[in-house]
Design a protein around this ligand. Structure first.
Ligand SMILES: *[C@@H]1O[C@H](CO)[C@@H](O)[C@H](O)[C@H]1NC(C)=O
Ligand SMILES: *[C@@H]1O[C@H](CO)[C@@H](O)[C@H](O)[C@H]1NC(C)=O
Ligand SMILES: *[C@@H]1O[C@H](CO)[C@@H](O)[C@H](O)[C@H]1NC(C)=O
Ligand SMILES: *[C@@H]1O[C@H](CO)[C@@H](O)[C@H](O)[C@H]1NC(C)=O
Ligand SMILES: *[C@@H]1O[C@H](CO)[C@@H](O)[C@H](O)[C@H]1NC(C)=O
Length: 172
């Protein structure tokens, strides 16, 4: 089961990288919500190590990025609620984790930091402003009916990365 999800996530990662990789060919750039000095904000992370060429039967020649291990991932369905966006209010990240938007999408903003970011269907981000690392957390407004996966990092240790910018990957 774990392995199947892992493989699925790897192919999902490969699928979306075309749209999200804006900083050259070598790795995926991803928006990461971080808690610094108790304030949540976004950073642009380059995932390390970068893309490799797959030798695995079924994906030979495709670009693959190791997402590392994940722990107790969950699949979440936002209610349709007559098409009204779903505002979960200010909250901390439940775990340090990947978030994969399968359908719908989300706008993330911060009460004490400028900027924010949007993730559309098929995109992904990292949330790591867990309790104790951020006082107020962040706000996520998901489109009605969105379906997404939260995939926690084992032991709360975030994936290897380089911080590319102290703002979203889209902001210039
Ligand atoms: C963060 O907030 C907690 C709880 O208010 C406090 O104990 C801690 O000292 C704060 N840390 C920083 C770096 O401000
Ligand atoms: C594929 O094989 C090459 C050569 O053996 C190796 O360098 C590369 O890391 C392999 N790629 C993956 C994704 O395992
Ligand atoms: C993360 O980087 C460290 C140090 O380079 C390495 O030992 C470790 O295997 C890496 N982890 C992953 C999941 O790539
Ligand atoms: C939370 O803060 C602690 C102490 O600074 C740090 O070791 C840990 O990596 C932080 N966790 C995350 C997910 O940022
Ligand atoms: C996210 O923000 C964009 C731009 O303001 C807006 O068009 C979109 O409807 C918002 N999505 C949600 C789910 O609130």
């Amino acid at each position: 089961m774990t392995m199947l999800l892992h493989l699925f996530l790897l192919s999902l990662g490969a699928l979306v990288c075309g749209g999200s990789n804006q900083g050259g060919d070598d790795s995926l750039l991803v928006n990461a919500i971080v808690g610094k000095n108790n304030i949540s904000m976004v950073e642009c992370w380059k995932i390390e190590p970068g893309y490799q060429v797959s030798n695995v039967s079924g994906t030979v020649g495709d670009k693959v990025l190791a997402l590392g291990n994940i722990d107790n991932a969950v699949y979440i369905i936002i209610p349709d609620d007559d098409g009204k966006p779903n505002n979960g209010g200010l909250h901390n990240g439940a775990h340090a984790q990947w978030v994969f938007a399968l359908t719908g999408g989300v706008n993330v903003t911060f009460p004490e930091a400028p900027g924010g970011f949007t993730v559309n269907a098929g995109g992904l981000f990292i949330s790591s402003d867990v309790l104790g690392n951020s006082t107020l957390g962040h706000q996520s407004i998901w489109a009605a009916g969105s379906v997404f996966i939260q995939a926690p990092f084992p032991n709360g240790v975030v994936t290897n990365h380089t911080v590319i910018a102290h703002h979203s990957c889209e902001e210039k």
